[in-house]
Design a binder for this molecule. Sequence first.
Ligand SMILES: *Cc1c(COP(=O)(O)O)cnc(C)c1O
Length: 394
Amino acid sequence: MTLEEMDKQYVLQTYARDYTNFVKGVGSTLYDEHGRDYIDFASGIAVNSVGHGNPKLTEAICEQAKKIIHISNLQVIEPQAKLAKRMVELSGYDMGVFFANSGAEANEGAIKIARKYGETQFEKKRYKVITLEHSFHGRTITTVKATGQENFHTPHFSPYPDGFSYVPTLDDVYDAIDDETVAVLLELVQGEGGVQPFDKEQVQQLAAHLKEKKVLLIVDEVQTGVYRTGEFLASNLYEIEPDIITLAKGLGGGVPIGAVMTKHKEVLKAGDHGSTFGGNYLSTTAGLAVLDILSELYETGKLHETLLYFEQKLQQVAMDYNNLFEKEVGLGLMRGLRAKSAELQSSIIKNSMQEGVVVLKAGRNTVRFLPSLTISKAEIDEGFKRFETALSSL
Ligand SMILES: *Cc1c(COP(=O)(O)O)cnc(C)c1O
């Protein structure tokens, strides 16, 4: 039985999978079972923030695993407290942290905080959440409903929870707010929706308006967070102070972890929310190591250098292949090339894999780049060389 046969027979086929079998990774280079190398411009969808086999991260995980992997949240967990402190300090916001295991679960926590806030802080209960079209917030029933893409709200899984509505642009949020609106939930750069950043001034204006209306601003930083846009949080880059921020993907460097940060620290009380695995020794130790690595990269200016270098390369490709691409989109190391059609998008991704460079799709026609934040210039050069070879045959 081949691996592909085994997967097809025993694993539920919920993904349209590629069957390249990666067995090892070093930095931003992946190796398949035949020893062939690939430049990784995807980093497990923004998860492998410090690359593969990072010595600091793997050592931290191994050392912690030998001592203690998990006890329940009924006891205090030292790396959890330390990670929360680190995250709050890096964010610059006066917030508290709840740990979960994924982005969707972090968003569930955010919605619960908002709903309880809306139930306890006002005379008339507020519970409605406004989200943006083309957003993506997760795969649980509630976060699927929060996701502003109609095709996600399939009748298969209905009925969905009430209280979610969608607006096409930030300008439309204003009129969509009524006296039952508790929160606006948005990504500052829509990732899955097509690597589309919102305008900074528009976001700042909206944030000020929401504050005045006492409507909570929830920023889904599951993809944009942990230095992806060049700052610890995209909220830092946009110079706003959200009420609630969610994180996941890059925070554990590959170890599953999610987090909700909020300045409304008193809303959830003992018993209101919880998670068996959330914030255990292993994942929070990984998070601490990741933040050590990335905060140093940030402070030394190396992250900024990488970001500029990658951007330059991508802009060059967008110019040289303007027969294939409309434009270059994104921020920091969350980037995309808007292909001229959906068909082009899929052939580019397929060709790239054949040429030994891993890229992702986003939206209907965007080729997405989410390299690890520790990627070297040599790997960037090699990746783009292979990417151009993939393009030249189209
Ligand atoms: C990936 C993603 C999620 C979902 O995260 P999971 O860990 O898959 O549950 C939610 N929001 C955004 C913005 C994401 O990019």
